[in-house]
Design a protein around this ligand. Structure first.
Ligand SMILES: [Fe+2]
Ligand SMILES: [Fe+2]
Length: 261
């Protein structure tokens, strides 16, 4: 019997982004798998050595009007998707065998986050293939070095991780992606716009999954979800939540306005 947690750990440990995505997509989970916690969980997922991390203000400017600017923007999206793969597998490795998840829910938890991790791997593949077609590889530009900070700030509690990863960061993705799609279309880049539309639709499901698990955990902790969410954000997130919010997409994901008002 193989240990599914170990298989998910291998995704985190794979430094090559394309191989990481491929490995994520190759995983299957069924009732023959064991779930045995692993002894050591890395704080950070593996990354290729040649990729240059810089502070947010130092990444390439992303101007819409030029092909170069749009490529820089797509490169930034690829970086977000790569981190999203790792966030999904880190969720499984770190939290699926830990109370309050482990009792009755761990198998469902693993299935849900595997599905998300595989959708993120697909998103990464779509964007990096587009970059390749246009003469660029993921890693050719410097990337935002602080993107994993939120994961480190929430590595000790599943309620904190659920509040910050899907309900702050991925929900923020729902706010910013439609204007990005609009600008790509205005620039005549229909291919990029179509890929962003696929990502946008699937990200609604990721936020919905975050709401589902956050509410379940809150029910065990006997706390009110919207209040607890606000508490977690104040404790674990460095910046205030930024409007404008995409109310339609957020409510489609089951995230009521009380979470962010
Ligand atoms: Fe994604
Ligand atoms: Fe996502």
């Amino acid at each position: 019997m193989s240990n599914f947690i170990q298989e998910c750990l291998a995704v985190l440990q794979e430094p090559d982004p394309a191989l990481k995505a491929k490995l994520a997509l190759s995983l299957e989970y069924d009732c023959d798998h064991e779930l045995v916690p692993v002894a050591t969980i890395p704080d950070k997922p593996a990354r290729p050595k040649h990729i240059k991390d810089v502070q947010p203000g130092k990444v390439s400017k992303r101007k819409w009007g030029s092909e170069k600017g749009r490529l820089a923007l797509l490169h930034a999206v690829a970086h977000i998707e790569l981190n999203a793969i790792d966030l999904a597998f880190d969720m499984i490795v770190r939290f699926s065998c830990t109370e309050p998840i482990s009792a009755n829910w761990n198998r469902e938890f693993c299935k849900d986050w595997l599905l998300i991790g595989q959708e993120e791997a697909k998103h990464f593949g779509l964007i990096s293939n587009l970059l390749t077609k246009r003469g660029m590889q993921y890693g050719d530009l410097a990337v935002h070095g602080g993107m994993w900070d939120a994961a480190i700030n929430t590595k000790d509690r599943v309620d904190a991780r659920l509040a910050i990863a899907p309900l702050v960061l991925e929900a923020r993705g729902l706010d910013v992606t439609p204007p990005m799609i609009k600008k790509m279309k205005q620039a005549g880049d229909i291919e990029a716009a179509n890929i962003l539309e696929i990502i946008y639709e699937e990200e609604i499901g990721h936020v919905a999954m975050g709401v589902k698990w956050f509410e379940r955990v809150c029910s065990v902790l006997k706390v009110e979800p919207t209040e607890h969410f606000k508490f977690m954000v104040s404790e674990r997130f460095t910046a205030p939540l930024k409007p404008p919010f995409n109310i339609e997409a957020r409510s489609k994901a089951g995230m009521q306005s009380e979470f962010y008002s």
